[in-house]
Design a protein around this ligand. Sequence first.
Ligand code: GCW
Length: 685
Amino acid sequence: KSTSMYKCWLKYYKLENKKLSGEYKNLLKSIVIKENTAITQSAVNELKRGLAGILGIRPEISEEPAKPAFLMLGTLSGNKSIAGLLGREKQNLGEEGFIIKLLTENEQKQLLVAGKTDRGLLYGVFSLLRLIQTGTGLDGLPRIENPVNQLRMVNHWDNMDRSIERGYAGKSIFYKNNKITGNLARISDYARMLASVGINAIAINNVNVHKFETLLITDRYIKDAAKLNEIFRSYGIKLFLSINFASPLSTGELFTADPLDKEVRKWWKNRAEFIYAYMPDFGGFLVKADSEGRPGPFTYGRTHADGANMLAEALKPHGGLVIWRCFVYNCLQDWRDRTIDRAKAAYDHFMPLDGAFAENVLLQIKNGPMDFQVREPVSPLIGGLEKTNQVLELQTTQEYTGQQKHLCYLVPMWKEVLDFDTCAKGRGTSVKKIISREVFKNKYGGFATVTNIGDDTNWTGHQMAQANTFGYARLAWDPELTSEEIAESWIRLTYSNDRILVDTIKDMLLGSWRTYENYTSPLGIGWMVNPNHHYGPNVDGYEYDKWGTYHRADHKGIGVDRNVRNGTGYAGQYHKEVARLYENVETCPEELLLFFHYIPYDYRLKSGETLIQYIYNTHFEGVEQAEELKRKWESLKDKVEEDVFGHVMERLEGQITHSKEWRDIINTYFFRKTGIPDELGRKIY
Ligand code: GCW
């Protein structure tokens, strides 16, 4: 088995372009660096690795310039001469920012990569390697970049028995047999991979914290956790742990976990001191409380602010953060009660608490009000909350989007979320501006994602799902990057700079979300999946489940009335400009029509198709598009490595088979409900 997929976008394959390659070689013969921290060491090692692969050179590394042409590395905080070389540009460098600049001295070109801190320098080095690998040339210099978002985090839903909740790429890279792994080389490769795209925080265990995981913050595991922390630290990544809110109880040390109880508060303070003794730069806690059976402050009649603030108080002296999830809802809803609506839950729970959270508490909000469906509106909490630190939670693992068996490039979906105008401060208050703290100027904010990483050789199950791992991080760094730009650089780094290959794969990626949507559930309704594992079609799977999440399809129509006038009132949680749009069938964006309204099957959409015909059409089309993906990939047979070609081909073929299953089950369901035949007379079984 080739290991090339293991290297993801850090392949460092030989650059074909001779002219550029020559220029770079000349410039990068020697590297000068005067500082020595764990992070600058990571940066230098990466350069060695990268330059050996891409240019086939082994630059000399020294503290003083030896040869006339050299690459100078440094930080403003650690090397006084850097400030002089930068001049006014240094004012534009944020904590994690970097600059790549060409200097000309005595007609001799030199390259400078500098950060304000060593983290910035590391990001600069990775950026330089990307520029070189993609044959971009040095024309665009100087290049100054600062990450737009402060927290750029990945969340692992890994359990210590090695399983991963909603994981589709093998087992956990962190645990085995309820122990922390000894395979630290792989963890180090992972840390490199994350840092290369600017990730700066990681939570290494599932938010559903079970028996052994509860003990991660005790002496049973803390030393091993500290080893992981050391690795992540050398790549500028903060380690977080998901905690069990009932820990004082579950460890058998106290009889309560009441957040207002003095003993409980003391327990957490002691815990925090204990953790920080082993990991002085520990990031903090990620918490899922009072959700899907997890313990939380509700047990004691306390609020989520009481719960989060207690933990915040314990972490504060150490600079730690509490990231508290807003995924709180009643999962046992009575289907007869049409006023209860799971979509409303997060807003109902957290809006009244705006401003009640301690300074080091961040609320982590899923992008949609339900649960990472193929299409959902944006959560009204984003744009609702003003006085609260916010983290946007995305899902890179493809729980509802094909489980890494289907190709589904998620960046276009995330872009829609980020560009969505909440109208919180009038028009132009997009989600990305709220998350970046531009609008409400809270102390903390950022991005988190449920990652798609596992111990498969290629890390992500479907090799092309690496584009989502990469894309998420790039967007967290700069949400202005386009889906096309991100796809383009991922393809060039992963495969080659061949123009036909780049364009073909870009096409495949960019249309894949829409394709997946076409053959699965229509117009924002979601949930037509098999309960529990969430793979494959089952139209009524959740409709008749106790864990009720409804589409309300009957023989006349389908959809959930969520307007204020005659529905659950959910639409009223948005600011008035947005609420007005969603309230009425005529103005509701069509891709979300069934999310907001119950619609008769003969309703005419803007395209002129009836709703039922639209369902048939998109399902036939979706399968054709899946087949097209295969044809495109086939055309690249001579341009990609054999094992990569075969692996992706196998997935694409599975996708076609499975898309047909979706098409047929959905189409026959609606055909039988309505008795209305397909206008084009295609076969519906
Ligand atoms: O989507 C649901 C998933 C659960 C997950 C939960 C959550 C970790 O099906 O597996 O639990 O969301 O986000 O907490």
